[in-house]
Every structure is written in structure tokens, then in C-alpha cells.
Write a protein that binds this ligand. Structure first.
Ligand SMILES: NC(=O)C1=CN([C@@H]2O[C@H](COP(=O)(O)OP(=O)(O)OC[C@H]3O[C@@H](n4cnc5c(N)ncnc54)[C@H](O)[C@@H]3O)[C@@H](O)[C@H]2O)[C@@H](O)CC1
Ligand SMILES: [K+]
Length: 483
């Protein structure tokens, strides 16, 4: 699904005007859509309270207030102090709205009020004024329902961050396409339910100005996921090797391996050190086992050219061995997770250089902590959104980066990115990351390009968790993977 950045809103607006679609016509559709949503969702409201700001977001608010009055509703309109309309369209909308204007400071919440937030939209450039923050506190502590126009005031449409105070909306009526800041946290939480209204912007303009970031969706990998041919062979469906840690840390590799098998990898092998052979053998049936202690053993293993895909990290332990193994695997496809990521803390460029040439074949799966060990400067840069951090990291590492969290972002070195939105909070459970690494390996082994493999893995991870429901454990999650 398309996403847009706040900067694009103004560009689309002026391109519409050039195409003969006046901005005021768009504003009219937008404002009327807000009014319709308010009447539909809150037909029992005693009063609709419209809060308006100085720009076109305020303009939408005047249009909504006018439409609500025409529908016979009781409406009160409060304007941000110093918030006289500044744009021609907003001036016209204000002039056409018969509702008396009061100062924002004068608003006293009453039971039965439904608040419509049309103070700031895509044009918010700095933290909210004190009078608005005070008003937000009043609204929020009165527990009134809030409908945000385009985006909840105070949420940055690019980063999803709160610049200084922000409303919590129950419903956001947004226009053209969702904004990136409505998909990233905490902006997604502040948006409440999101309704996207087509206000008549031509699709060609939307596509021209849309972000290279989209919502993660099966369309990204669909073309690689067709049914297996009748003459299929387990090697043609991907031989995947997962490295196990020592005897007491081998569970993580088994979770990854089991998830990979479930997600369609043809042949899954655990490569374990001698001390972990027995424990792995006792816990596995369909998964093969191979003894690999050191670099010599690994070199021997790599002589088998059918083995093209590897997972290194879950339960593996931090240190030289993880680093040496990763570098030895640099000509193959590799999912680098957990401890193996941390192992490059002191010399991340060794890893990045090793995978610099040829097709993208490295997938990194850091959570925030691991990310900050490999990319400390990007992690500390508060100006960057989570999407931008992942994009910069992917370019630098010549890798697909899965920056995990409740709003996982997947980015590739070419600048493509998706934001995943199907993961329930229950996924924050021990071993869940190992299952994700296994899914990445499974799709990579089935010859999906790295970006498609990562997107598919993250989506199926969330999808399985949704179907598994409450009481989620990593073992249970694997049983709900359906590809
Ligand atoms: N295609 C379009 O572009 C359309 C845009 N529409 C609406 O227009 C909105 C964007 O309009 P604008 O670009 O006018 O942006 P806003 O309505 O968000 O407001 C921008 C104004 O607020 C001021 N401002 C920004 N941050 C401030 C702060 N912290 N304190 C005080 N003042 C601040 C700016 O100087 C500017 O005057 C969208 O969100 C949407 O609601 C709709 O009318 C439909 C069509
Ligand atoms: K708003």
C-alpha cells in the first residue's frame, strides 16, 4: 500500500491545482468526509467541538463544521489563539462557515462532546503551542472521543514522533494515503483507527509523489511464492544450515530450524559443535545434524555447493568464532542475528566490506540494542525516523536490515523500505526472534531475493502470531506458520 510523507502533501496539492483541480475542491471533499465520519461513528453526540488551526488542516475543520451544522448537529468552534486562517483556501472555508469562533482557551469540555482535531496536519513544523497542550490535557482527562483530521495534532507525519504533546485520537480521517508517521510508533497509537479517504487526487500524482516506503504486504513477495513444480527436489527448495550454540544454548537454533522447515525450506541442517551434538540429536527428527566445531570443519561443509543459505546467531555466543564464521560465509546467503550481530560491535566495517560486492545476500535482524552496537551514529541521530535509520544502515552494510520492534521496518541498500503492521504485542516473547531468523532463512533458501525474503518472514511471523492468539510461546508460534 502506498504511503506518503508530509512534504509530498503540498507537492500533490500544487500538482492538483496545475491539473485544474482547485485546492478548495479537495478541502471541501476532505472536510465533508470528516463530518460524515463523525455523524456515522458518533450519532449520539450532544455537541461536535471543532478545534481549528491556521493552515489548511484548520480549513478542513471549517468545512466539517459547516457540513455538521447543515446536517442539523450542534457545533462549537474553537480557534488556536493567533490562529487566523493563513491560506486562501482556509480563509474561504472560514468565511463560508457560519459557526461563531471562540478562543481555544475558552473551551470547557462537557459530557457528550465529540472533539474534532483540525489544528495541525501535515504542516506541523515544531512542538505544539502551550495553549493547545493545555487544551489537549483537558480533552484527554475528560475522556472525550477525538476524531483527528488528517493526522493527530502533534504527531510528526514523517517520523511518528511526538514533537511536544499530541492528541490521542480514536479515529483519524486521513486523505489520499496514510502518512509514514501514522504507521511508526508512537504515531500509530495516537492515530487510533485510520480511515483513508479518496478526495479525488489523481492516482498518477499520488504515485509520482508516493514514498519509496510502503506497508509490508504479500504483494512484495507474491511473484516469488508460486506453487512448487511437480519435479521439485528438496535441494531446489532450499538447503538451509543453522548454526547451533553450545550444549546449553542450542534451543535457539532448533527454534529457527523448526520454523524454517515449517515455512517450506526443503532440507534443514543444524551445524553444531561436538558438545551440542547429543542434545540436538535428542530433540530433532526431520532436521539433519552435522558436526562443525571450527573453521576447518566449516570449510569442509562449504565444499558442498548445494548449501547456499545459512543462519548464524541464535544462541551462538558473542566472540571471535561468530565473526570468523560470518566472514567465511560471505560468498553465501546469510541471515545474521542476535549474538553474531553483536560480535561485530568493534569492527562492523569488516562485515559490511565482506558483503559489499555482488547481489544483496545478507539479512541483518537487529532489535534496537543490537542496531546501536553496529550503527551507533545512526541510533543516536534523533533527526532520523526509524525508516531512515534502517535505510541508511542497509546502504552502509550492503544488507537488508530488519529493524525489529512493534513497528518493524525492513530496508534494502537501494532505498526501498516497508513498515510491518500485522504483529500483535504477544510476539514479544522469548524465542520469537529465533523463529523470525528461521523464517528469513527459509525464504532466502527458496531463492527469494533478500528484500522479499525479509518482508515475507516478518509478515508471516506476525500472521502466525495473530492466528496463535493468547498465551503465545515460540514453539506454539511455529505451529501456526502458514505459507
Ligand atoms: N492535497 C492537499 O494538500 C490537501 C491538504 N489538506 C489539508 O491541509 C493540511 C496541510 O495544510 P498546511 O500545509 O496548511 O499545514 P497545517 O494545516 O498543518 O498548518 C500549517 C500552519 O501552521 C503553522 N505551524 C506549524 N507548526 C506550528 C506550531 N507548532 N505552532 C504554531 N504554528 C505552527 C505553519 O507556520 C503554517 O502556517 C493537511 O494535513 C490536510 O488536512 C486538505 O485540505 C485536502 C487537500
Ligand atoms: K489534525
Amino acid at each position: 500500500m502506498l504511503l506518503i510523507e508530509p512534504d509530498a502533501v503540498a507537492k500533490i496539492d500544487s500538482a492538483c491545482i496545475t491539473s485544474g483541480i482547485p485546492g478548495f475542491a479537495l478541502m471541501n471533499v476532505a472536510g465533508r468526509a470528516v463530518s460524515a465520519a463523525a455523524l456515522r461513528d458518533y450519532p449520539g453526540a450532544l455537541r461536535y467541538v471543532v478545534l481549528v488551526g491556521p493552515g489548511n488542516n484548520g480549513g478542513d475543520g471549517y468545512v466539517a463544521a459547516k457540513a455538521l451544522i447543515e446536517a442539523g448537529a450542534t457545533v462549537a468552534l474553537f480557534r488556536l489563539f493567533d490562529g487566523q486562517p493563513t491560506t486562501d483556501d482556509a480563509k474561504r472555508a472560514a468565511a463560508e462557515c457560519a459557526c461563531p469562533v471562540q478562543k481555544l482557551e475558552e473551551y470547557v469540555p462537557m459530557k457528550g462532546d465529540v472533539v474534532i482535531d483540525a489544528v495541525f496536519g501535515a504542516g506541523l513544523t515544531r512542538g505544539l503551542p502551550a495553549s493547545l497542550i493545555a487544551c489537549i490535557d483537558k480533552v484527554q482527562s475528560a475522556g472525550l472521543p477525538v476524531i483527528a483530521v488528517d493526522i493527530a495534532s502533534g504527531v510528526c507525519g514523517r517520523t511518528g514522533r511526538i514533537l511536544a504533546g499530541a492528541l490521542h485520537a480514536d479515529l483519524t480521517v486521513t486523505f489520499m494515503a496514510p502518512k509514514i508517521g501514522q504507521m511508526l510508533l508512537p504515531g500509530r497509537i495516537h492515530s487510533g483507527r485510520l480511515e483513508v479517504i479518496d478526495i479525488g487526487t489523481p492516482l498518477r500524482l499520488l504515485e509520482r509523489f508516493a514514498s519509496s516506503t510502503g506497508i509490508n504486504h504479500p504483494a512484495v513477495w507474491q511473484i516469488y511464492s508460486g506453487p512448487r513444480a511437480a519435479d521439485t527436489h528438496k535441494y531446489s527448495h532450499g538447503a538451509l544450515t543453522v548454526f547451533s550454540g553450545g550444549a546449553s544454548q542450542s534451543g535457539a537454533a532448533r527454534l529457527a530450524a523448526a520454523a524454517a522447515l515449517r515455512a517450506g525450506a526443503g532440507l534443514v541442517t543444524i551445524a553444531a559443535p561436538t558438545e551440542a551434538m547429543a542434545v540436538n540429536a535428542n530433540h530433532m527428527t526431520a532436521i539433519m545434524l552435522r558436526e562443525v566445531d571450527d573453521q576447518n570443519d566449516l570449510a569442509q561443509l562449504l565444499e558442498d555447493k548445494r548449501l547456499q543459505t545459512f543462519i548464524l546467531g541464535p544462541g551462538f555466543g558473542v566472540g571471535d568464532k561468530a565473526r570468523d564464521f560470518a566472514l567465511a560465509l560471505a560468498t553465501r546467503r546469510l541471515v545474521l542475528d542476535a549474538d553474531a550481530i553483536t560480535s561485530f560491535r568493534d569492527r562492523p566495517e569488516d562485515l559490511f566490506d565482506a558483503f559489499a560486492l555482488g547481489e544483496t545476500r545478507l539479512i541483518l535482524t537487529p532489535h534496537d540494542g543490537e542496531f546501536s552496537r553496529l550503527f551507533p551514529d545512526l541510533a543516536a541521530n534523533q533527526a532520523l525516523s526509524k525508516v531512515e535509520r534502517a535505510q541508511h544502515a542497509a546502504r552502509r552494510a550492503h544488507a537488508v536490515v530488519i529493524l525489529k520492534g512493534a513497528d518493524t521496518v525492513i530496508a534494502d541498500p537501494a532505498g526501498r523500505a516497508t513498515i510491518n503492521i500485522n504483529a500483535p504485542p504477544s510476539l514479544a516473547t522469548a524465542g520469537s526472534g529465533d523463529v523470525l531468523a528461521g523464517l528469513c532463512g527459509a525464504f532466502l533458501a527458496q531463492n527469494y531475493p533478500a528484500f522479499a525474503a525479509a518482508c515475507a518472514a516478518v509478515w508471516h511471523h506476525g500472521d502466525a502470531a495473530q492466528r496463535a492468539g493468547a498465551g503465545l510461546t515460540a514453539e506454539r508460534l511455529i505451529n501456526f506458520i502458514e505459507t
